[in-house]
Each structure stands twice: as C-alpha cells, then as structure tokens.
Design a protein around this ligand. Structure first.
Ligand SMILES: [Zn+2]
Ligand SMILES: [Zn+2]
Length: 267
C-alpha cells in the first residue's frame, strides 16, 4: 500500500506535513494559519475537509498554531499527548490523548508510533508512520539529540524527514546572543546539520529510499550547507534521494519505496 509524505512547508515560521495512506489523511503539525494551511493543502491536491486526523508533536506555535481551529472546521480528530494538550490549553473533548511509545491506529493500513524526544520546555515526540505491511516513514523535528530508542525505530524506515536546523559555524559566528546559541545547540534545542547526518548514519538501512531535511534556520543555515554536510556523513551508505523542505511549500511528494519525489507545481 505505502505511505505518502508531503511537506506543506517547514521552518521556525510554521510546520505541517501530510501523511496519507490513500484512504486516510493525517496532518502532522499544523503550524501555519488556517488560511495558509488550506491553501497549501489545495496546492498539494488535497481538500482540507479530507484531513481525518491532526497530530501535534508539541505545543510550540510553529507546530500547533491553528491545530484546534483546523480540527473543528474540518471535523478531524486532534491527537496529542497530555503535556502538549495542557500547554496548548486544550480541554476534555477537544483532543484524543496518546501516551509515550503508544501506537495511534488510524485505519487498517495507517498507524503512528509516538517516540519522546528531548526539546526545551516541551513534551515533544517524533512520529513513525506505518502501513502495517512493512513501509515506514518518520517525521523527526525539534530535538537536541537523538535517543537510542529513536534511532532503533528509524533504522527500519524507508523514509526519514529530519530536521537539519543549523550550521554550527554559522550559528556560533552569527548575531544571536550567547544564551540563545547555547540553547539551540544544547540537549533541548535543535539538531545541527552534522548531528542530523550522524543520526541518519546511525539509522541507515538498505530499505531507506528517501530523506527530507527540514526545519532549516533562515539565519543560521542554507540548503546547500545542510545537504553537503549530511551527504558527507552518510556518503556511500545511502543510494536514495535527498530533498529539502523549505518554509514555503509544498514543492514535492514522496511515496514510500519511490526513488524520486513527484514535483508539485503551484497553479
Ligand atoms: Zn519547531
Ligand atoms: Zn519546538
């Protein structure tokens, strides 16, 4: 059956990724305005009303922004863990709660496993989607380091979308105050390009066909730096395709097992 992955856009000004099994659609994070999200879904060829579920990884605005409003307007189920729900100010009846390492079963051929990751002042999770027949796609953003448990799950994925937030040199020589530089590069911050490469190398497996680098900082990174640093780390081990999701999307869709992404052209 397989799993479709479409980034509607990614970065500190908003994140949303559509995961589809063909007959069930899940939006992972809903960090753009409702209007922007609907516009981007239509560009990707999806009716917003066709979103069955929304999963929020953590409460930061660039991930949770319009999730509640969208779930009400589209009559989709809003899923998050208890910590995220309370930080978003959600009340009973507004969300379906999942626990750590719990599998959320959406349909007979789509589920997601929620894996806790360290990120400042947030109960953040990485998500691994599965079609139940061997295809797996991971969405991993906003973490300072990758726990062994996460790497174990990534090692069985055909697709990995992972943040490559900053270039270490650019962050350290850039305009941010020292306290912010420490926070971004610390355990509760974000993955640098080289850390993303390291996680991918540890997660490498023969079935991994596609990688999307996402959540690139506009001040402390550039697409060519992220791609070259990651390729340097994984080099000969990886024979698949690598793309970058920018802040303005969607630009492409992957289908697990597919070597090349399908381009999306805004009409
Ligand atoms: Zn974020
Ligand atoms: Zn965050």
């Amino acid at each position: 059956m397989g799993i479709g992955i479409t980034h509607l856009g990614s970065g500190s000004r908003g994140n949303a990724t559509l995961i589809s099994s063909g007959d069930y659609n899940v939006l992972v994070d809903c960090g753009f305005s409702l209007r922007q999200t609907e516009k981007r879904l239509r560009i990707a060829g999806f009716d917003p009303e066709s979103i069955d579920s929304i999963v929020v990884t953590h409460h930061h605005k660039d991930h949770s922004g319009s999730a509640l409003n969208a779930s009400k307007k589209w009559s989709s189920v809003l899923h998050c863990n208890g910590g995220t729900a309370s930080r978003m100010g959600l009340v009973e009846g507004e969300f379906a709660e999942f626990g750590s390492l719990e599998r959320i079963q959406f349909s007979s051929n789509l589920s997601m496993l929620a894996i806790p990751v360290p990120h400042d002042d947030a109960d953040n999770v990485a998500l691994v989607a599965s079609d139940g027949k061997g295809d797996r796609a991971a969405i991993v953003t906003d973490l300072g380091e990758a726990p062994d448990d996460l790497v174990k799950h990534l090692s069985s994925c055909n697709h990995i979308s992972i943040e490559a937030n900053y270039d270490h040199e650019r962050l350290m020589s850039g305009p941010y105050p020292d306290s912010l530089k420490r926070r971004i590069s610390g355990r509760g911050g974000h993955l640098s390009n080289s850390q993303a490469g390291e996680v991918l190398l540890r997660s490498m497996n023969k079935d991994l066909r596609s990688i999307v680098l996402c959540h690139l900082s506009e001040s402390n990174n550039a697409p060519h730096l992220a791609e070259s640093e990651v390729l340097l780390a994984i080099g000969d081990e990886f024979e698949g395709n690598i793309s970058i999701s920018k802040q303005l999307g969607p630009e492409f869709s992957y289908w697990t097992g597919q070597a090349e992404p399908s381009k999306i052209l805004a009409s």
